[in-house]
Design a protein around this ligand. Structure first.
Ligand code: UT7
Length: 332
């Protein structure tokens, strides 16, 4: 018998303040029509000054624990994906762990930009499969509104704030291969091509050569067209390689949950893999791009809407700065 990890429940939290495209167009040279036509985004949630990335994460994680009907004391691993941590150190996961009243096990952050949740899920899944943890919280939490330059219309309109979390539980099974697995994370794969580093980055780090100059302190730089192409093709490739490896057809996938950056990327990727639009979870219209929080927010949204149910074959896939990307095949 071997341990496997399965998603027991999810939770999410969005800061209450909603900023729609009309509000943005009052201070920026943009319009609701342009943003909807080019991205599908209608509105986004924006954190208040008193909000913290750990605070959003803690609320999402507590909701996931409540939905899982387990106590925080049963958690022995917290993995948090973020590009907007509370502090340079220690890990935001440590603060979340403390806020939840957990003092056992281990906790750490993962930084893989918009693909961060899949990297975090991979780490937690591997630790559970190795017997190093038994119940994990995997969280994506971001306050991107503090990273973007609100004067730069080509990037600031794209992002939003929020947090999502899943509780991973474990069980022992005879056969961990896909057809026999009743539920669980079948496989989680991640990739990085660092040659694309400068195509998408936040100027908020302290280690870069220009970190002391004001011009480098704020803002997200993105080569939009290049990232658009990479996201459409590499997410599609990730989905195809998972289904090929596990010898299933795209028709066997009940739900696809892609990173929510741009509706045009989602539809282009969906048409190249041949999955019907009704089987795709879309939240980008409501949440915009919440980076590492986008997939767990979409998972929780889909569970709440009953689009995602127990016993389904699900693929999640994401791409972000790095360039980092990843996909996972999950039986819910
Ligand atoms: O999560 C990580 C992954 N991120 C992504 O996947 C984002 C990928 N990229 C994209 O989604 C798209 O490239 C954008 C939405 C960022 C841009 O869309 P686009 O259709 O590629 O627009 P563009 O950059 O080619 O710009 C077209 C025009 C430009 O004007 P000119 O030079 O043609 O006169 C821009 O200045 O649109 C202009 N523009 C805007 N106009 C109104 C750029 N931003 C805006 C804006 N409002 N907010």
């Amino acid at each position: 018998m071997k341990p496997i990890a399965f998603i027991r429940a999810s939770g999410s939290h969005l800061p209450p303040r909603v900023v729609d495209n009309h509000e943005l167009s009052q201070s920026l040279d943009t319009s609701h029509e342009w943003i909807v036509r080019r991205t599908g985004i209608v509105k986004r949630h924006i954190a208040e000054n008193h909000d913290t990335t750990s605070g959003l994460a803690t609320i999402a994680a507590q909701k996931a624990l409540d939905n899982a009907k387990i106590s925080a004391h049963d958690i022995d691993l917290v993995v948090l994906a973020t590009s907007s941590p509370d502090h340079g150190f220690p890990a935001t996961a440590a603060r979340v762990q403390a806020e939840l009243g957990i003092s056992k096990g281990t906790a750490f952050d993962v930084q893989a930009a918009c693909a961060g949740f899949i990297f975090a899920l991979q780490a937690a899944n591997n630790m559970i499969r190795l017997g190093q943890a038994s119940r994990a919280l995997v969280i994506g939490s971001e306050i991107f509104s503090r990273l973007v330059d609100w004067q730069d219309r080509s990037t600031c309109i794209l992002f939003g704030d929020g947090a999502g979390a899943v509780v991973l539980d474990s069980e022992y099974v005879e056969d961990t291969s896909f057809p026999s697995l009743k539920r669980g994370i079948v496989e989680c794969t991640t990739r990085v091509d660092g040659t694309g580093y400068h195509k998408l980055f936040a100027r908020s780090g302290l280690g870069d050569l220009h970190a002391n100059s004001d011009i480098h302190k704020h803002g997200v730089f993105m080569n939009g067209a290049s990232i658009f192409k990479a996201a459409s093709s590499l997410m599609a490739e990730g989905v195809s390689s998972l289904i090929n490896k596990h010898q299933i057809h795209i028709q066997d996938i009940d739900i696809l949950i892609p990173h929510q950056a741009n509706l045009r990327i989602i539809t282009s990727m969906a048409s190249s893999v041949g999955i019907p639009e009704k089987n795709i979870v879309v939240t980008v219209d409501k949440h915009a791009n919440t980076s590492a929080a986008s997939i767990p927010l979409a998972i929780d949204h889909a569970f709440n809407q009953k689009q995602l149910k127990k016993g389904q074959n699900v693929i999640i896939t994401a791409l972000g700065g790095g360039i980092a990307w990843g996909s996972a095949l999950i039986k819910t």
